[in-house]
Structure formats: C-alpha cells, structure tokens
Design a protein around this ligand. Sequence first.
Ligand code: NAD
Ligand code: ZN
Length: 233
Amino acid sequence: MLRSARRVTVLTGAGVSAASGVPTFRGTGGLWKSFRPEELATSEAFARDPALVWEWYDWRRQTIAACRPNRAHEVLASWTDRFAGYVLITQNVDGLHERAGLAPVRLHGSIWELACWDGCGVSAWRNEDVPLPVRPPRCPECGGLARPGVVWFGEGLDPRVVARATQSTACDVFITAGTSSIVYPAAGLVHDAHRRGAFTVEINPDATPASAIVDARLQDGAETVLDVLDRLL
Ligand code: NAD
Ligand code: ZN
C-alpha cells in the first residue's frame, strides 16, 4: 500500500518517543511523585497549585532535553521526500520530530513554548532553559504567571490546526503510531481517514480502541516497525 501511495498521513503519540526515553502518560513510568498526568495537566490543577504543576513541567523538560530522536522520528522525517503528499501530525509536545528534521502539525502545542496565564495578549514565546532559572516563570509582558504552551485536558484545540489535520485524513494511507487513541479529537482522525477510504494502519505493541477499525495492525514498537517499513520501501 505504501509503495503505491501518493498521499500519506501519519499521526503520532507519546509511544513514538518512548524508545527515546520520554515517559508516556499511560504506560509504566507515567507517574510522577504518585500524581497521575490527568491530575496535573489541567487548568484546574494549575489554578490550584502553579508551583507544583511547574515543578512537574520543569522535570519533564529536563527529561526530554536529555533524550534524542529515535529511528521512528528519523524515518518519519525522511518520508517527506518519499511521498508527494505527506503530512505528519503529532500529539507530542516534546519537539523530537522537529529535532529529527521535520516540523509536524502540532495538535497539543510544545513544552518548549510558554504563554501568559493571565492572557495579557502577548503571543506564546520559546523558552528552552533547562532547568528553569526562575520557577514558576513569569510573563515578559505583564509580569504575571506564565503557563506551559501546551493544550491541557479539558481545553480546546486551535481550530486552524484541527482543520489542517482533518483535511489530511483525505489520503491513501493513514498511519496512527504510538497513541492510545483515547484523547479526542486526535483519536477521531483515524476514523475520518477510514470513512474517507484510506488504508488505515495502527503501529502499537498494545491494542487500543482504534485497533478494531484499522485495516492493519503492526504490533511492535514504532522505532522497530517504521525501520522495517522504510527498509522494505
Ligand atoms: P499515551 O501515553 O496515552 O499512550 C501511549 C501509547 O503508546 C500507548 O498506547 C502504548 O501502548 C504505546 N506505546 C508504548 N511504547 C511504544 C512504542 N515503542 N512504539 C509504539 N507505541 C508505543 O499517549 P498519547 O496517546 O499520545 O496521549 C497522551 C497525551 O499526552 C497526548 O495528548 C500528548 O500531548 C501528551 N504526552 C506527550 C508526550 C510527549 O510529547 N512525548 C509524552 C506523554 C504525554
Ligand atoms: Zn502576560
């Protein structure tokens, strides 16, 4: 299917970065100090205890900074030269796709961007300080609290980004890799692609809610499966 495909869309989740050493949310190692990510990655958690949430993000940023892109990121970056219409969409906030050389459509923002919590109107800014010299960090414009430039549970996605991702489900092959397929609207993309006639593939060592509808399941790590697929191509 990939050999004859012109339009290929790939959606990635935390599992694609697992082999790089970035903990997933739902796998082992997802816990931090006995908190579940769902208890920290929300605006309610931040409103209650910004210092705690920033301590967690500072820890995640340090972990990610010490990680390197793996074979999955490399193959997915190189496919931009292989297929006429290629779109890489990610739920990951770690920046490893970018570091492998291809900027994806980012559904959930970036852990390397900050935004003003008070919404003073300043646009999001990059911050790659590891560890953060001042915690919690401040807005350079109004001096208020800064927040991570990521989409938290319960928050809406940028409609333009969702539109881009949805458009790309009109494709020949759609691959969902390393995602638990639980968090919407990202989890809906494979269903869209299926409805629109794409050949759909899931790459994940474990079963997910998407497993029942895809045309093919490749049950192993993304770093292994994508390496094999790329060599067969
Ligand atoms: P998730 O943690 O819910 O699920 C990870 C999935 O990856 C699981 O289904 C697991 O079986 C699979 N997996 C584990 N190792 C794998 C491997 N080597 N190859 C392929 N698959 C593997 O992650 P999610 O579905 O991306 O959703 C969680 C949300 O958390 C996302 O919205 C994302 O923004 C955020 N998140 C991001 C990162 C990151 O940027 N690296 C890490 C954790 C969570
Ligand atoms: Zn501000």
